[in-house]
Design a protein around this ligand. Structure first.
Ligand code: SF4
Ligand code: ZN
Length: 305
């Protein structure tokens, strides 16, 4: 089939019922990333901290950001890679990240769970320590601590924004997971991406409008090498089940993922966000409802084990 421009197509965009050639496909992806970021983010005098994991999303995101900012004066990109200590997984990802940053001449900082919290993820699972924190699934700990560390280092490095590689599917999963579990506060916080905490770096999610299969194709067409194997703990997560449900819905009704996102964003506009009476965490200074924030209280318990 031919693309509207007359060239041979490489992709059928089911939800839009159109065929795209390589060039138009790449432009379409980049146009949507530009739309999400807007002029407020794509400008000069900006330092973007990027959470890079070695997977397709973060590499595609960094590649596109680099392309955008290369011609913008006084702009900078710095990547943060969190090594949770998951053998056979994150150590492999690290190689892709190191090579990628070297090839594209991007500053890279490596942050390790072992150095930061004294344990690797593997040790916490092997020793069954998560049960002392009342945590059932590894991701519930790992994901929160990862975000905490990314924010910490983006803040320490004076980043204007922290870019997270969530694609459209990730967004839909988070939205549905929180709806189903009734986590109203999380739903709002996730969408607003703000906090009055003085050490919070505003997050941006450039791939918000890009479905997973398009991230994969974009990576392939640009010869980006990334880690394909999933984390050994990921199948234990609730997210994994929701992912499968969304894939089924999309198969049945193309465009459903954009529908979930649109509905959620319309809802967000109607909600006034109030953080309530928050205190400063006595250890790290983040805003929280108790004396310590969630991460610091977990780390305190771990110290006592
Ligand atoms: Fe951590 Fe879960 Fe991601 Fe694995 S899948 S790296 S355990 S958050
Ligand atoms: Zn804290």
């Amino acid at each position: 089939m031919k693309c509207a421009c007359g060239r041979e197509s490489v992709y059928y965009q089911r939800y839009a019922n159109r065929w795209l050639c390589e060039d138009c496909f790449k432009k379409d992806v980049e146009k949507r990333v530009r739309k999400v970021l807007g002029r407020e983010v794509i400008r000069n005098n900006v330092k973007i901290g990027v959470g890079i994991s070695g997977g397709k999303d973060s590499l595609v995101m960094t590649y596109i950001l680099k392309k955008f900012y290369d011609s913008i004066p006084n702009s900078e990109i710095i990547c943060f890679f969190v090594d949770e200590g998951i053998k056979g997984f994150r150590d492999v990802a690290k190689k892709y990240v190191v090579e990628f940053c070297k090839e594209f001449d991007i500053d890279l900082r490596i942050i390790s769970f072992k150095e930061e919290i004294n344990y690797t993820m593997d040790e916490l699972v092997e020793k069954n320590y998560l049960k002392h924190l009342n945590i059932g699934k590894p991701c519930s700990f790992c994901g929160v601590v990862r975000r905490y560390l990314l924010n910490k280092y983006a803040f320490l490095n004076n980043c204007t924004y922290l870019a997270i590689g969530h694609n459209l599917d990730d967004f839909c999963q988070t939205i549905l997971m929180n709806y189903i579990e009734g986590n109203v506060k999380n739903i709002i916080q996730f969408g607003k991406d703000v906090s009055s905490s003085t050490n919070f770096v505003k997050r941006i999610k450039p791939l918000k409008l890009i479905p997973e299969e398009e991230v994969i194709l974009y990576a392939k067409l640009n010869n980006l090498k990334y880690q394909k194997e999933p984390c050994p703990y990921s199948h234990l997560s609730y997210r994994y089940k929701i992912k499968k449900i969304i894939e089924m819905l999309e198969e049945d009704k193309p465009g459903v993922r954009f529908g979930i996102l649109r509905g959620y964003e319309s809802l967000l506009k109607l909600i006034e966000y109030r953080e309530g009476n928050l205190k400063k965490c006595k250890i790290c200074g983040s805003l929280c409802s108790g004396e310590l924030c969630k991460v610091c209280s977990w780390l305190e318990i771990l110290k006592g084990l």
